[in-house]
Design a protein. Structure first.
Length: 693
């Protein structure tokens, strides 16, 4: 009107839900146009349909009255529901209802059509008899979209139709990227997107983990609630290789999958172990880096060098993709050395080990210190031993300093496979000498030094003075030299000095000059001793010798009974004098035991054993008897006064109760294997006596 050219939007409203209306077009553009109003109802009655037009604040409407008359005798057909929402590949149903009009009782044939070949439908019954009945419409589709299924009923030329709209819903799963390249030990990631199709809503469930061969993958999150689209992160790691990862999302009966290609790259590091060489020579190893699965990164090489091995730089120090390098090492000490080669490239690191074997030989002598009298030949065995598989010929030579010592060495050529020996023999005039023996093989050379002391024939130990009586014959003198040659010589004896009859000891560093009459332990508190005896052992763990002494004494200076006492002394490796602990009681004697002599021995298991002889007075008789007592320490190798267990002199032990007229006790009773009554085990080793002169 009056040049109006705007766009008019049309809407239709009815006064009853029983009347269904549609407009053929809306809006009307350009100011003028037409639209067709179509209305229908299955219910007889009068209805009003109102059409309203609006444009920029203008509004006009008009009403159309529909008179719905009853149909002539026949039937009606309806669907319930007329709209079905269903997931793809799932069946959605609607009930097709046929009802009679004006007493209709005929048979209605039902026919089915669809709007797309993608929608597949069936009817539970293709005909309705008696004018009234139902048939179930069931439709499925694999493709999400909106479809229409139309059912037509016919009888004698009368035809009616009803339609059902199917909203087929679904979701999709996609990945970005679909191909990922990564390094071993580093995660490859891809984003999975789950998108609803045609209004799909619900929860799509993803697996929490997926394995593809040696590749392990995880997803987060695993439950996607769709209205809008959702995402989940796929993360995969594993050793070098090509993998195809398939991830499926499911919701109800729906399931969709996506595949992601994962390419994992890596490299390997290997190294050769060279053959063995002599110390101070160089040995080389070849290092090989090999790219795996098209790896092309730069690998930087480094090494971890053990103590004692000296290595040059790795050349070259880096390799691109694949290649070789080398390293050379030396050592001054024979042995097998493990060099660790490590290749690194960003997050990747691989190591290889190289065994360097260096060979040598040793030269040693036993003993390394000789002490001989003038005119006597001393010998030492020189041993040449291969180290770490050394083979070859070793030539021996020697030098003597100073002059005055004549030596021979033979053989002087040693062919090594196993250990071999040569003998050094020397004799000379009084003095101290050094013999140096050298062994050479190619560039290798080693030496050993032997000290030789040539002594004059030893003089007497000492001469007694007016205050000293001669050394008692029952002294059980015992001489020993420190077995390791660290201290010197020791003599233990019983002697009367200034009227005191006690045990003493003397010591000498060289066997020529002696320090005599040294007091033992707290023996100065006791006099009238009848015997003293010594044993000793090495104690290398504490760098010392341990000396054990047993002695007998009267209980009083003028008494007739005797007891057995024991003391421990220590000789540290850095001195020669003995430090003593206070003595302790081994066994007290009874009043009838008139004399007692004792010796001590150390068994192989470390227990100490004391054997003592007693003369027992038989009261009222001219016949006495000898009794042998054996006492054993309750602990092996004691370093403090131990407890002792002694045999019973009145038992059936040998000599117990033997009566012999005018018997005199002998010193130094000897035992072989000791009595089992002591509860110990082992072999006793009695100490030898030294006679005077």
């Amino acid at each position: 009107m009056n040049g109006f050219t705007g766009s008019v939007s049309l809407v239709v409203a009815t006064n009853s839900t029983n009347l269904s209306c549609t407009l053929s077009s809306s809006p009307i553009t350009g100011g003028s146009g037409t639209s067709t109003l179509s209305c229908n109802s299955n219910i007889v009655g009068n209805y009003l349909a109102t059409v309203s037009g609006t444009s920029d604040g203008l509004s006009h409407s008009l009403g159309v009255i529909y008179h719905i008359d009853p149909p002539p005798s026949g039937f009606n057909i309806m669907a319930n529901p007329v709209s079905v929402n269903v997931n793809a590949n799932s069946a959605g149903t609607s009930t097709i209802m046929v009802s009679p009009v004006d007493g209709f009782a005929g048979t209605v044939a039902l026919a089915l059509t669809t709007s797309s070949a993608n929608l597949f439908c069936t009817l539970s019954s293709n005909s309705i008899t008696g004018g009234s009945g139902n048939s179930t419409l069931s439709c499925t589709s694999a493709v999400a979209a909106d479809y229409t299924a139309t059912v037509t009923g016919t009888n004698d030329g009368i035809s009616h139709t009803t339609s059902v709209t199917y909203h087929i819903q679904d979701f999709t799963v996609t990945a970005s990227p679909t191909s990922v390249t990564t390094l071993a030990g580093t995660s490859a990631t891809s984003t999975l997107t789950i998108t609803p199709v045609n209004g799909f809503s619900g929860t799509v469930t993803l697996p929490s983990a997926v394995n593809a061969g040696q590749l392990t993958c995880t997803l987060n999150p695993v439950g996607i609630v769709l209205g809008p689209q959702g995402t989940s992160n796929l993360s995969c790691s594993g050793p070098a290789g090509n993998y195809t990862v398939r991830v499926a999302g499911s919701s109800g009966g729906l399931s969709h999958a996506v595949t992601v290609s994962v390419i994992v790259q890596d490299f390997t590091t290997t190294a050769t172990s060279p053959t063995g060489v002599n110390v101070s020579l160089s040995a080389s190893s070849t290092i090989t880096v090999t790219g795996v699965n098209h790896f092309s990164g730069t690998v930087t090489l480094s090494d971890t060098v053990p103590s004692g091995l000296t290595c040059g730089a790795i050349t070259p120090s880096s390799v691109a993709g694949s290649g070789t390098s080398s390293v050379s090492c030396t050592a001054s000490t024979a042995g097998n050395y493990t060099l660790t080669i490590t290749g690194t490239s960003t997050t990747l690191s691989h190591s290889a080990t190289v065994i360097f074997r260096f060979k040598d030989f040793t030269i040693s002598a036993s003993p390394t210190s000789l002490s001989v009298n003038a005119g006597v030949t001393g010998t030492s065995t020189v041993t040449i031993a291969p180290l770490n598989g050394f083979t070859g010929t070793v030539s021996l030579s020697f030098t003597v300093s100073p002059a005055g010592l004549n030596c021979l060495l033979g053989p002087t050529t040693i062919i090594l496979g196993g250990s071999q020996s040569s003998t050094l023999s020397c004799t000379g005039t009084t003095g101290g000498y050094t013999v140096t023996i050298a062994g050479t093989s190619g560039s290798l050379s080693h030496s050993v030094t032997i000290g030789v002391i040539v002594q004059p024939v030893p003089a007497d130990l000492t001469k007694t003075v007016s205050s000293e009586s001669d050394i008692a014959p029952e002294s059980q003198q015992h001489t020993f030299r420190d077995p390791r040659g660290l201290q010197g010589y020791y003599v233990f004896y019983r002697q009367t000095v200034s009227g005191n009859d006690r045990c003493y000891y003397a010591y000498s560093a060289d066997g020529l000059s002696w320090t005599v009459n040294q007091t033992i332990s707290d023996i100065a508190s006791y006099s009238g001793m009848n015997s003293c005896s010594v044993a000793y052992r090495e104690d290398p763990a504490n760098s010392r010798l341990v000396v054990y002494i047993v002695f007998t004494k009267p209980d009083t200076i003028t008494g007739t009974t005797h007891s057995i006492r024991f003391a421990i002394g220590f000789i540290p490796d850095n001195t020669i004098a003995i430090s003593w602990l206070n003595s302790g009681l081994v066994r007290a004697a009874s009043s009838t035991e008139q004399m007692a002599y004792a010796i001590i021995a150390r068994a192989g298991d470390g227990y100490l054993h004391v054997a003592a002889a007693y003369v027992v007075d038989n009261a009222g008789s001219n016949s006495d008897r000898q009794t042998v007592i054996v006492c054993s320490s309750n602990t092996p190798d004691p370093v403090a006064n131990p407890a002792w267990t002694c045999s019973d002199p009145n038992s059936s032990f040998p000599f117990a109760g033997t009566t012999i007229a005018n018997v005199t006790a002998e010193q130094d009773p000897r035992l072989g294997r000791h009595s089992p009554d002591l509860g110990q085990s082992g072999q006793l080793h009695p100490l030898p006596r030294l006679s005077r002169g």
